[in-house]
Design a protein around this ligand. Structure first.
Ligand SMILES: Cc1cc2nc3c(=O)[nH]c(=O)nc-3n(C[C@H](O)[C@H](O)[C@H](O)COP(=O)(O)O)c2cc1C
Ligand SMILES: CC(C)CC(=O)C(=O)O
Length: 374
């Protein structure tokens, strides 16, 4: 009999990654890990965090640490969200059902990808049923949209997300075309037989298609522009966030187009290689948004978050919240729901420790002056 995994022996996200890697096929591991081309941006995302040091405060009462904050007008338990990622069934047979339960039980927000391997309605139900029932604030769940060439399909996805009670629509805008991930090309990466992008089955013929390739080359709309964002705005009551913004002027256009926020992101280094690191892009996006005094406009950041101190730094620079990508997949691979919960527990625990050690008992006290150049 195989001994059940003792997740408490994994102390860091890196521990989980090290254990998860050998469990995955080379093709899946390559898909999860890869950045585009030379992977310069993938590395830059991590390096950007090392450029900052925490200028900690002493003799502050940190007997009680409060990680609560507000997101899109609602109180949330922590400033951490699970980033939208495709194909969770590659990591675990229960796929997004397991990852969404792991997030919900950790009172952590969850973003369902358009290319999930489970139906968005089932993910929603699973998340809601698993939500922690203690008195704390409940975690949000959002839907990430990839825009299909067939706008009828896009409309139907938005309507389904609305009907399933998703609380925001995250439109990903950094994939006009797919970035070239060399390992995926060399491995001819595709989904194994029987695994499908469950929300797009109506577009794929016969269920046997090589979904990843078919989707990436045949379905994805490269003609998306600002006008489409304004159109989506009229199609749903959900607030819209644009994911993949790195420029201040684009953030201002997002406000003009009716968006409620942006995710400063370069897609985990998987799209434009040599793109600016997301943490480096954050200050100028915040500066631009501040110049417009758009009260309530949310700026979230993702890319390379592996430690609680990374979250602390992102918040100190002014982000409202962070999204965590690949670490979730390592937890999911190792132990499904419990593995995802462990990753989130580690990150939140590290954030809490960093806050205590830095003299910041609550999120509002993590201010810009807490950082200096390393
Ligand atoms: C395997 C994988 C699949 C992804 N799929 C999506 C997706 O379907 N939609 C999307 O908006 N972003 C997708 N992303 C990007 C993530 O949402 C996020 O921006 C990125 O992973 C953050 O960087 P990190 O992995 O370093 O935390 C994907 C990333 C990975 C690693
Ligand atoms: C199907 C892809 C567009 C999913 C994705 O966003 C990614 O692999 O980075």
């Amino acid at each position: 009999m195989i001994e059940p995994l003792d997740l408490s022996t994994f102390l860091t996200v890196r521990d989980l990654e090290r254990a998860a890697r050998p469990q995955l096929s080379p093709s899946t591991l390559g898909y999860f890990l890869s950045g585009a081309d030379s992977q310069t941006t993938l590395r830059a995302n991590r390096r950007a965090f090392r450029k900052w040091a925490i200028d900690y405060r002493i003799l502050v009462d940190v007997g009680r640490i409060d990680t609560r904050t507000r997101l899109l007008g609602r109180e949330v338990a922590s400033p951490i969200l699970v980033a939208p990622m495709a194909y969770h069934c590659l990591a675990h047979p229960e796929g997004e059902l397991a990852s969404s339960r792991g997030a919900a039980k950790s009172s952590t927000g969850y973003v369902t990808s358009t290319v999930a391997t489970m139906p968005l309605e089932r993910i929603a139900t699973e998340f809601d049923a698993a939500k922690a029932v203690d008195a704390g604030p409940s975690a949000p769940r959002w839907f990430q949209l990839y825009v299909n060439k067939d706008r009828g399909i896009t409309r139907s996805l938005i309507e389904r997300a609305d009907a399933a009670g998703y609380q925001a629509l995250v439109v990903t805008v950094d994939v006009p075309i797919m970035g070239r991930r060399l390992r995926d090309v060399r491995n001819a990466f595709t989904l194994p037989p029987g695994m499908v992008a469950a929300n797009l089955t109506d577009v794929a013929q016969g269920g046997k298609e090589a979904y990843h390739h078919a989707y990436a080359t045949g379905r994805h709309d490269s003609s998306l522009t600002w006008r489409d964002i304004e159109t989506f705005r009229t199609m749903t009551r959900m607030p819209i966030l644009l994911k993949g913004v790195v420029r201040g002027d684009d953030a201002l256009r997002a406000i003009d187009a009716g968006a409620s926020g942006v995710v400063v992101s370069n897609h985990g280094g998987r799209q434009l290689d040599s793109a600016i690191a997301s943490l480096d892009a954050l200050p100028r996006v915040l500066e631009a948004v501040a110049s417009r005094q758009s009260a309530g406009f949310e700026v979230i950041v993702d890319g390379g978050i592996r430690w609680g101190t990374d979250i602390f730094k992102a918040l100190a620079l002014g982000a409202r919240a962070v999204m965590v990508g690949r670490p979730i997949l390592w937890g999911l691979t190792l132990a499904g729901e419990a593995g995802v919960a462990r990753v989130l527990q580690i990150l939140r625990g590290e954030l809490t420790s960093a806050m205590a050690l830095a003299g910041c008992p609550d999120i509002a006290s993590i201010t810009r002056d807490m950082l200096v150049r390393a």
